[in-house]
Design a protein around this ligand. Sequence first.
Ligand SMILES: Cc1ncc(COP(=O)(O)O)c(C=O)c1O
Length: 372
Amino acid sequence: MNAKVELPAGVSLPLNLGLNDGTYCPQASLDAMLRFNHRTSLRNYTDANNDRLRGAIASADGVHADNVFLQNGSGPILKQVVPHVIRSTIKASPKRIARHLLAKNGYPIITPRLTYSKVPRKASELGLTVHMLPLAPEDGFRLNVDLLDQRLQKQEGFVYITSPNNPTGNVLITRKQLEPLLQRYPTSTFWIDEAYVQYVDEAEHEYISPLVARYPNLLVSRTFSFAYGLAGLRVGYLLGNTQLVKDLNGQLTDYRVGMLQEAMVIAGLHDKEHLPFVRATCAKERKVLLDGMSAMKGVEAFPSQVNFIFARFTDGRTGAWLKARMAERGIQIKCFDPFAGERYDEYFRVTLGVEAENTYFIDVMRDVLAKG
Ligand SMILES: Cc1ncc(COP(=O)(O)O)c(C=O)c1O
């Protein structure tokens, strides 16, 4: 190993740059955690419905507390709620039931290719039809909203859009593009996954979440795992119409989100310095990864608005090859399995770490490519 790739101070292995976890939590969350410093600190249950936390989220996102459904992460929400919404929508109409029984497309999922694959994969395991919209590097991975519109003209369905998108790292849909669709297709459901949205300043991109108060066919999911750097705490939420939130709460027990989670998240939401700090740090660190990878022969790295970089090989090597070589060096990255006839062999994704980790990643990747 050459001197350059010796493990620097501040980096420990294994280093997981494969799951998109954020880096820094709000200072106020850390302070809140440190106040739980006695053996009796967590002896009591928090309030049964997490009213304080739901209230804090509602006022941050411009909705009512009754629009907020909380869970231990937004992943569990996707897994529970997507099938629930699709099934109950199909059941509500004899025409949909017939289509579902005949061709499994009573209420198809419409989603871009190259998105957070858990949703289309789970749907297809459950025997639901998934319709993929194109997303290509030649168009900067832009979503063609006219194509989505044309698709919805043909048939209503469940639209799942992660914006900013995982893994491409760009905003896929704006309020201006979405609102006409919400109005034109009231029997379609639109799920916008805003898991990474806080990496983008609201001054540059108006968040979709406040529209939930106006459109019952709109659902928005969010999480504290990424820009709030609290993946280990497990808190995520869905914003949806009050009836749906009531139904979902009815399916689960109360006291789901604990007192420590609640205190840290509320403190984090009130910490005005946190998101500007995260955006500035990420912009700087993105440049390290983007410039570092772009300088490597046979690698094309794409601009990103969030805490990960999407890239591909242009010389025939595969993401799986790189993943295996990096794993031998103790670094995990993400590559992509084929799905529904689509292959993503040349692609890979790297999550931003802290400064020393990013520099180390670039040094190791350069070394791996040099050794072939
Ligand atoms: C787009 C998207 N949504 C939701 C999740 C789930 O995150 P969590 O369960 O930590 O809230 C992820 C995780 O990678 C994601 O990328």
